[in-house]
Design a protein around this ligand. Structure first.
Ligand SMILES: [Zn+2]
Length: 404
């Protein structure tokens, strides 16, 4: 097998922890509380190793003993439970889109302690100005939360467009052409003075989607819609990123031969036919009043969704047409990956998901592959913030956060 030194070229389930310390922290964080015996069973590590690593984590202030659970054997000793010390460390997640900059501050247990949504930089944004702004606003977010800045380990940054994780975007939607080739990660690290992890928006959203206990799933996919359309796959708690960070680009599968040209270079792409920009263009052509929204981003799409939800039949027909196309993408994901659950997330689904959901669900159940296993479609309750939260959680699972 060929060895490559550039970690951006490593395919797989990054950032699945590889060290025993990382594995143990990750398991306790996922479960909430665990005993040493359960950690031995879940990680496959030997009991003395678990004991030694847990001791160091307690000494470092990252894990605490908390009460006792029932014994696992009749007459046995009650188990001492371990949990993450939430206030031990923090990470920041930032989601950049044309219309919004979303910030979250996440504690070491994975809980969101602060969130901000600010107006985005708009189209044709200057990456240097955006990086400078993100650095200032990140500092303000941390200061306003009262968290000691020294406890903030790093930042996960999410943006649209094909990317190479260690470098930046390799091409970009029309609104972000100046970002192509810009070294986002290194420039942010210079400005912030902390490690930065760069991630694709849909992949991060798959990591940030919250599943309720009623969703006992090991294989789920997130269908993400912001300015563009993408998807992320989550397997046993880890997201699949692909070789460079671009897995799941469902918005750029061709669903219409000879269809409209797409910014990606293809024609007939799902995104070009049914994404928010296409919906906005159709609404404008139909003469719908979109208020002050000049651009074709999520804000204008949201205005159409609100019209549709308030009973405007022309707006509803345009959104339902978009949903019929996007249902093809949803069905493709379900058929390709045999998922138990498809979660609709991202700012566009956060405003219009109730129209899309039944159409996507019906399409998936129309096929024997979805019908026989009952693949379920649900709306993410935190769709606006899922990408920012996911970026923070992925930073939390990285070696930067584990060695801290
Ligand atoms: Zn395309």
């Amino acid at each position: 097998m060929q060895q490559v030194s550039d970690s951006s070229q490593s395919p797989g389930y990054d950032p699945a922890p590889t060290s025993s310390r990382g594995l143990i922290v990750d398991r306790i964080r996922s479960a909430g509380t665990l005993s040493r015996v359960e950690l031995t069973q879940l990680t496959g590590l030997k009991a003395p190793s678990v004991t030694a690593v847990v001791r160091r984590l307690i000494d470092d202030g990252l894990v605490a003993e908390t009460g006792r659970g029932a014994s696992t054997s009749i007459g046995g000793k009650p188990r001492t439970l371990l949990q993450i010390r939430a206030a031990a460390r923090y990470v920041v997640g930032v989601h950049l889109s044309e219309d919004h900059l979303t910030y979250v501050l996440v504690d070491y247990a994975g809980g969101v302690v602060a969130r901000w949504r600010r107006d985005g930089p708009g189209d044709d944004s200057d990456p240097e100005q955006v990086v400078a702004r993100v650095a200032i606003e990140t500092g303000e977010l941390i200061a306003s939360s009262g968290v000691d800045p020294a406890l903030v380990l790093g930042l996960g940054f999410v943006c649209p467009g094909p990317l190479i994780r260690n470098r930046g975007v390799t091409s970009a939607p029309p609104s972000m052409t100046r970002w192509v080739g810009f070294p986002i990660r290194s420039r942010l690290e210079e400005r912030l003075g902390m490690p930065v992890l760069l991630e694709n928006d849909a992949t991060a959203a798959a990591a940030g989607t919250r599943l309720t206990t009623s969703h006992d799933v090991s294989v789920m996919a997130a269908l993400f819609m912001s300015e563009g359309i993408g998807s992320g796959l989550r397997l046993n708690g880890n997201v699949y990123q692909g070789a460079h960070g671009n897995a799941g680009e469902v918005g750029h599968i061709c669903v219409q031969i000879g269809g409209p040209r797409c910014w990606c270079g293809g024609t007939g792409c799902l995104e070009a036919l049914a994404g928010p920009a296409a919906v906005v263009a159709k609404a404008r052509a139909a003469g719908l009043d979109l208020g002050s929204h000049r651009h074709s981003g999520v804000a204008a799409f949201a205005a159409i969704a609100r019209l549709a939800l308030s009973g405007d039949s022309r707006a509803e027909a345009i959104i339902r047409d978009s949903a019929a196309w996007i249902a093809l993408g949803a069905q493709t994901i379900a058929n390709m990956y045999d998922v138990q659950l498809l979660v609709l997330t991202g700012p566009a689904f956060a405003v219009a998901g109730t129209i899309y959901l039944p159409i996507l669900q019906e399409r998936i159940l129309s096929s024997v592959f979805g019908r026989s296993v009952g693949t379920k479609v649900v709306l993410d309750e935190r769709g606006h913030d899922a990408a920012a939260i996911g970026a923070a959680l992925m930073m939390l699972k990285s070696e930067h956060a584990i060695s801290a």
